[in-house]
Design a protein around this ligand. Structure first.
Ligand code: SF4
Length: 139
């Protein structure tokens, strides 16, 4: 089973290899490959906490994100916004294909302006593009 934090449920669609360190990028690439595979289906535990990607992040502290003083509260607020938008509770287990359908049905590219407000990657446009592609692929 994969563990993914709420906001990473969006990040996986637009990920193009940018990240916080080579090990983080390698882990995200592995997760993204599984998620985007049309052949794979597997359970995902959705959390508002560290996930599989965070374990490879250089900013991971003992109990919270330590990139800066606000980062832990900020990423948790992103998690909560995405989970509320999708109607998923912390700790809930959902099959990957079901999550893809739910995300495609409920998230449109411009929703990221609100759901991801404050994220430094948003301005690159790749995340909105990824959601647009998901909307086309799963409809
Ligand atoms: S803008 Fe940030 S939080 Fe939103 S999908 Fe992109 S990387 Fe993830």
């Amino acid at each position: 089973m994969r563990v993914l934090r709420g906001h990473h449920l969006l990040c996986v669609h637009g990920f193009v290899g940018m990240g916080y360190s080579p090990s983080f990028v390698e882990k995200m690439s592995e997760i993204v490959e599984d998620i985007r595979s049309s052949k794979e289906d597997f359970p995902i535990r959705v959390v508002k906490a560290f996930d599989d990607a965070c374990l490879a992040c250089p900013h991971k502290g003992d109990s919270k994100c330590k990139e800066n003083d606000e980062s832990d509260a900020f990423v948790k607020s992103l998690d909560q916004k995405v989970m509320s938008h999708l109607g998923i509770q912390h700790g809930e287990v959902v099959m990957k294909n079901e999550l893809m359908q739910l995300t495609a049905a409920r998230v449109k590219p411009n929703d990221l302006d609100r759901l991801c407000a404050g994220c430094s990657w948003l301005e690159y446009g790749v995340c909105k593009k990824g959601i647009a592609e998901l909307n086309k692929k799963v409809s």
